[in-house]
Every structure is written in C-alpha cells, then in structure tokens.
Design a binder for this molecule. Structure first.
Ligand code: KIV
Length: 275
C-alpha cells in the first residue's frame, strides 16, 4: 500500500526526519517521550507527542535493574514491536543497547533488526567522537541515527555514576566538538542528557540538526522524559529534571497532553529542572 502518500496530506501527517528539521528551523519545540507498550503508545499518539523512544531505560523502569547495562537487543525489539502497533503519527526511535554497536558491521546488523523486526524508524546510540565511524557507516546505509551525548547511562560504571556532564570548560568544549563531529558524520538528531543549560543552548545553536534535551535546559529544540516519570508511576526519588504531569490531571491522557503542551509553550523545563 502507498500509505506514505495517502497520509502525507492528511490532517495529521506522520512525523519524519524532514518535519523534525523543519520544526527546528521554525523554532517549534519538539515533544518526545519514552514508551514501552502498545496501550501507552496509543495514548502518547492521541496526546500529540512528536517522537517516541523505546529507550533502554526499560531495563530500569520495566525490568527493575539499577542501570541500562543488562538490556538486550531482543528486549528492545520486543518492546519496540508493541509500541509500533500503538503509533500512527509520532516518529519511532529505538535504543541500541549496551555493546550492540561495537563494530560497524555489528551496528548495521542490529540497527536493521530494530527497524525490520521492531518497526523503528531511527536508532539511538550513546557516545562521542569514538562513535563517529559507526554513525557514518549507518548513515551511509541510509539509517537515521540519533547520537546521545552528556550523561551516557550505558557508561556509568566507567564514568562514575549518574551525574551532570560538561560542567568543566574542557569537558564542555569536548562535548561541543563531539556533537558537531557526530552531526557531520550523519547523525539526524543529537540528544543531550544532564548537561548545564548554557551548554545545551550553545550546542543547540551550533548544530543544524535538532537537539533534544533531558536535563539540558530550556533552549534545546525539544525535550524528552521517561513516560513513567511524567505519569508519576516511577517510585522513589526522581532526577531533578523530572516533572510530575499527572498532578492536577485526572487521566494519563490528560497528563500526557499537559506534558506536550508544556514543552511546546516552553513552560517545561522550568528553572528548578535545570542545571
Ligand atoms: O533510554 C532512555 O530512556 C533514554 C532517555 C532517557 C533519553 O535514553
């Protein structure tokens, strides 16, 4: 079926890499959220969220691990398949788990599985300059890639925990260079996690691809949060950048709509969510 053609002129055309780039150019904020199953995916779609990530955060919020390290490719494919079933308009991105992109060939093979079996339209991988070769290889095979910089949860055992990154001048400069390098290698989105707002703003202004932030301040092109944090399902202490959107709303759909609206009208993130 020529679904793409049929949907292109519909009132709710599906989001794609080109429309995300246009949103950046027009200064329209991009709303993103993680999701792990078909029911929440349908709500996220109904709430008008632009991008959905099947994140390896599933290792923590679904499987109950302390980190994302135990998550496998099969786990992400399983959840991605379910999420894809619930989505129509949002752009679907899937995480490449720990150690599934250690060589160009391995990365290509696994990205293809996420797309063909999982239904993902973009893959996300963590890392700086060291991943440029992998990003370039995937991009040369026309695979859409998101490069995740700043706090990289797959590396916490090496970097020393879940901490704000890029506070020192040298680290901030390195991250700026890495972001540019990854964009030039073919990354279509750069995601910044837990960085000072000033650095989030600077990197966003220096790149032509959309920059999505989580704890990266108000000036990135878009925001992403873990869905269970938005809905206040995650128990215990939450990261500083989290806002409970369920508060004051009587359904998960209303909370998701409030999140999307707050991203678009820039009321989220507020100063108390930033570093
Ligand atoms: O795995 C994940 O959910 C993520 C987001 C927190 C950005 O990478």
């Amino acid at each position: 079926m020529y679904t793409q053609l049929q949907l292109r002129d519909s009132a709710r055309p599906p989001v794609n890499v080109a429309s995300l780039r246009k949103m950046k150019e027009q200064g329209e904020k991009i709303s993103c959220i993680t999701c792990y199953d078909a029911s929440y995916a349908a709500l996220v779609d109904a709430a008008g969220i632009d991008v959905v990530l099947v994140g390896d955060s599933l290792g923590m919020v679904i499987q109950g691990h302390d980190t994302t390290v135990p998550v496998t490719l099969e786990n992400v494919i399983y959840h991605c398949k379910a999420v894809a079933k619930g989505l129509y308009r949002p752009f679907l991105m899937a995480d490449m788990p720990f150690m599934t992109y250690t060589s160009r060939e391995q990365a290509l093979q696994n990205a293809v599985r996420l797309m063909q079996e999982g239904g993902a339209k973009m893959v996300k991988l963590e890392g700086g300059a060291g991943q440029a070769e992998i990003v370039e290889f995937l991009a040369s095979h026309d695979i859409a890639v998101c490069a995740h910089l700043g706090l990289r949860p797959q590396s916490v055992h090496k970097t020393g925990g879940f901490r704000v990154q890029g506070r020192e001048e040298a680290a901030a400069e390195q991250m700026r260079q890495d972001a540019k390098l990854l964009q030039d290698a073919g990354a279509d989105i750069v995601l910044l996690e837990c960085v000072p707002s000033a650095l989030g703003k600077r990197i966003t202004s220096e790149l032509h691809v959309p920059v999505i932030g989580i704890g990266a301040g108000p000036d990135t092109d878009g925001q992403i949060l873990v869905i269970y944090d938005v809905l206040d399902v995650t128990p215990g202490r939450k990261p500083r950048f989290v806002q409970n959107f369920q508060q004051g709303h009587d359904s998960p759909l209303a909370a998701l709509e409030a999140y999307g609206k707050a991203v678009r009208d820039k009321s989220y993130p507020a100063p108390e969510h930033c570093f």
